[in-house]
Design a protein around this ligand. Structure first.
Ligand code: NOJ
Length: 566
């Protein structure tokens, strides 16, 4: 099956025999959220054949790789992050044969494929959890998960005070076969997502085998879900002060289930598994940690290869703050031999074309809806998003894009309450809107049913009427469109080899301006981004790409430009 990696990629693989030149160090990786990307079957939910049919569009965009969010068998209580069978494709998305075909077609086009691995928890419908429920307390079946007796006289209180990331308690009590209340089990996320016990060798062996299953099929790597959460502090102590479940670990304080030391041993083990395979397979950590320095612990030489730079994603449109996080990233990741990574959007956060213009605080995962405070002005958001992406794609390292950002899609704020599906919405009694607004199926063709997302016109979340103008077909021939901006940035980044460049800060532009030069093997690019309130005088040079059209030598507010200054 590995033969699906055709000659298009093997030349790259040969080059990467040189240490430090592995593809993932500089790659631009496009996140596909399968249920919202392209629907070939017509049921209103995107699928693998839909992805295959759109690969040429990703080639013309100019990305190096894709990461697919989960498509495994799942009851879909958390959009597939509740996995019932790690070795099969959910019929919603197709079959294993569809996956193999998609992978072969992607490889034939020179696009690498990373899949999502969800090791912190399974679905409650996984056969192991069903067996655990049917088994006695203390049994080997229960030992694969985190079952505990409750506190209180009759075990009626949860074992500790931990809260679910999606709101509400992180413990649910089971019912014994005779109908009496039984033990409790831990679920850091939804009640349908029981946490595994990673101190159990059987769990460890199972995941080694799952890694091999997908590596044998030819995948280029894994994005590892909740990579900071697998190991819990011994004895499961209360979290004091009581947990702020707002984020997946973004706070400063020590939390007994985020970032525990023991978790690193798991990734050292996985690193060895990947090293058995050719072609520089990669692990990327989804680890929400408050600082770049903490995040870098996940990418030490014998652990993972990349970690998402969430401190960068969480930074507002504020030049000093962006400068700081870029500088810290370019220090902390290379210090452990890893590339810096960059990301502005994904399926868990408000899309950056809206987020960068929010005027009220909005913690990760809360989402925005019609009555959220600090509503963004769409034009301001899009302008800033285009500028922010223009900065990001010049930076040395590897960058992640989220499907639809190349069209300038905003968060869908006006979703009707009765279509929302994020467990966060239900577990907080509709207090937090959650993440549905960034997951609406993307528009391909302005005048087709469901904007070309699905041949039947079905769409699992409704698409706003304004998206006709944002559809890819509407932007295809418009040099001022966001699609063209992304294409031009990606082509220029590739032509100059910016991903492996070196960044030099430029002085003299004032605090509100980001100014730096990237020196790369194939050229150098000067980047100026104006996050202030007044136009900025540009240095002499040729404009290679600009986030907005402008006249003369003054860079307008909320605009970024790449210049050739030689
Ligand atoms: C992080 C994933 O990105 C998110 O979508 C999911 O809900 C949680 N992990 C739980 O798996």
């Amino acid at each position: 099956m590995t033969s699906t990696t055709t000659s298009v990629l093997s030349s790259t693989a040969a080059e990467s025999d040189r240490p430090g030149s592995e593809w993932w160090r500089t790659a631009v990786i496009y996140q596909i959220y399968p249920r919202s990307f392209a629907d070939a079957s017509g049921d209103g939910i995107g699928d693998l054949r839909g992805i295959t049919s759109r690969l040429d569009d990703l080639v013309s965009l100019g990305v190096d790789a894709v990461w697919l969010s989960p498509f495994y068998r799942s009851p879909q209580h958390d959009a597939g992050y509740d996995v019932a069978d790690y070795r099969d494709v959910d019929p919603l998305f197709g079959t294993l044969a569809d996956f193999d075909e998609m992978l072969a077609q992607a490889h034939a086009r020179g696009i690498r494929v990373i899949v999502d691995l969800v090791p912190n928890h399974s679905s409650d419908q996984h056969e192991w959890f069903q067996a655990a429920l049917a088994a006695e307390p203390g049994s080997p079946e229960r030992a694969r998960y985190m079952f505990r007796d409750g506190k209180g006289e009759n075990g009626e209180l949860p074992p500790n005070n931990w809260e679910s990331v999606f709101g509400g308690p992180a413990w649910t009590r089971t019912t014994d076969p005779d109908g009496t209340p039984g033990q409790w089990y831990l679920h850091l996320f939804d009640v349908s997502q029981p946490d595994f016990d990673w101190s159990n060798p059987e769990v460890q062996e199972e995941f080694r085998s799952i890694l091999r299953f997908w590596l044998d099929r030819g995948v280029d790597g894994f994005r590892v879900d909740v990579a900071h959460g697998l190991v819990k502090t011994d004895g499961l102590p209360d979290h004091l002060p009581s947990v702020d479940a707002d984020s997946m670990g973004g706070g400063e304080e020590d939390v007994p289930y985020w970032g525990q030391d023991g978790v690193h041993e798991i990734y050292r083990d996985w690193n060895r598994v990947l090293a058995e395979y050719d072609g520089d397979r990669a692990l990327c950590a989804e680890a929400w940690l408050p600082t770049v320095d903490k995040t870098a612990l996940w990418v030490r030489p014998d652990e993972m290869h990349q970690a998402f730079n969430f401190p960068y994603l969480m930074t507002e449109w504020n030049a000093p703050a962006i400068r700081t996080v870029i500088a810290e990233s370019l220090r902390a990741f290379p210090a452990v031999g890893a590339p810096a990574t960059w990301v502005l959007s994904n399926h868990d956060v408000v899309r950056h074309a809206s987020r960068l213009a929010l005027t009220a605080e909005n913690p990760q995962g809360h989402g925005i809806g019609p009555d959220s405070p600090g509503q963004p002005i769409p034009e301001v958001g899009l302008r800033r998003a285009r500028a922010a992406t223009t900065v990001m794609l010049a930076l040395p390292g590897s960058a992640y894009l989220y499907q639809g950002e190349e069209l300038g899609l905003p968060e869908v704020i006006q979703l009707p309450d009765d279509v929302r599906q994020d467990p966060t919405w239900f577990r907080t009694n509709r207090e937090r809107y959650g993440r549905d607004g960034c997951r609406v199926p993307i528009p391909w063709t302005s005048d087709a049913p469901a904007y070309g997302f699905s041949p039947s016109g079905e769409s699992w979340l409704p698409q706003p009427a304004e998206w006709a103008d944002l559809a890819r077909s509407s932007q295809e021939d418009d040099p001022e469109s966001t699609l063209w901006l992304y294409r031009t940035l990606l082509a220029t980044r590739r032509a100059h080899g910016l991903g492996s460049g070196r960044l030099e800060w430029l002085d003299g532009y004032g605090d509100d301006v980001l100014a730096f030069r990237v020196h790369a093997d194939d050229g150098e690019v000067t980047v100026i981004a104006n996050a202030g309130q007044a136009p900025v005088t540009l240095p002499a040079g040729t404009v290679l790409v600009a986030s907005e059209r402008f006249e003369g030598g003054e860079l307008p507010v909320d605009t970024a430009v790449w210049l050739s200054t030689r």
